[in-house]
Write a protein that binds this ligand. Structure first.
Ligand SMILES: [Mg+2]
Length: 291
């Protein structure tokens, strides 16, 4: 099956064909995942179905989890449910806040390798612009579940209903994405030199310009001495407006999913492929996902 077939499969399933036009010739040496809605339901712990397959994947290749979420969310959402042998955790690369922080396992603990911190004056300015813009657009909700603006050091995140809002409320707040798009446009105009992106169902993330998942994956590829052809990325927001799209722009093979259940199917496809490299079932599995 060639890349044209993969692209056609993408068209049929509403999956962006831009993300499916590239296919790996050999089993990947690095498999990277988004977290929310890819390895786990939104803001819920990763189910055993994905963590058990992740543990298996770590026995074969390096694995990266690259998310807009903070490291604290990685801890309860992914690391606690993940039962992998200590020796294998050395192959796990954690990139929270869009890769502006990078953690590796050292001496039984997660250790920060690098962080692209925003300065305090930069963060104060971003917080002020987010609050003013949200108020001007009528997006400053009277009730919030937790902080509306979260300062993550390398990233400042606005969540319209607060970080701890119920899932159903979040999903209903901006179903067509127009509210976040208006906020992104206004904040972007006020903050040249910063990256401004919609994320999740109610959030807008601000980082320093260029600090996105594409930069993060390019850095990791270089650090590990790999080429982009040896990397596979799986994420639920590979549409051109999505937070995962810069990974596709970095030239990495990307598989779009719409839920962690689809990620399980992709991981099973990888398992089959590793067992029998000749059958290349990843392509076949992808077609099945797209139907
Ligand atoms: Mg996601």
């Amino acid at each position: 099956m060639g890349t044209a077939d993969l692209a056609r499969a993408g068209e049929g399933g509403g999956i962006p064909d831009t993300a499916s036009g590239r296919a790996l010739a050999a089993f990947p040496r690095l498999v990277a995942f988004d977290l929310d809605e890819t390895l786990a339901p939104l803001k819920e712990p990763a189910p055993v179905a994905t963590t058990s397959r992740l543990a298996w994947l770590l026995t074969l290749v390096d694995v990266c989890v690259l998310s807009g979420a903070a490291f604290e969310q990685f801890e309860w959402q992914l690391l606690r449910p993940l039962a992998a042998q200590e020796g294998l955790l050395g192959r796990l690369h954690l990139m929270p806040t869009c890769g502006t922080r990078y953690y590796r396992r050292r001496d039984g603990e997660w250790s920060l390798v690098h962080a692209d911190e925003l300065t305090e004056p930069e963060r104060a300015r971003v917080r002020a612009v987010l609050a003013t813009s949200a108020r001007e657009l009528g997006l400053w909700e009277p009730v919030s579940y937790g902080e509306r603006i979260e300062d993550r050091g390398t990233q400042v995140t606005f969540s319209a209903l607060g970080q701890q809002a119920p899932y159903a409320s979040k999903k209903a707040w901006d179903p067509d994405g127009r509210r976040r798009a208006a906020l992104v446009e206004r904040v972007r105009a006020a903050l040249p030199g910063f990256e401004v992106r919609a994320n999740g169902y109610t959030s807008v993330d601000v980082t320093r310009a260029g600090a996105d998942k594409g930069q993060a994956i390019r850095r990791l590829i270089s650090l590990l001495g790999l080429t982009r052809d040896e990397v596979l990325f799986i994420g639920d927001r590979l549409d051109p407006a999505g937070i995962d799209y810069p990974v596709y722009l970095a030239g990495v093979t990307c598989l779009p999913v719409t839920s962690w259940e689809q990620t399980v199917a992709v991981m099973d496809g990888l398992l089959d492929w590793h067992r029998d490299p000749a059958c290349c079932p990843l392509a076949a599995r992808f077609v099945r996902l797209a139907v």
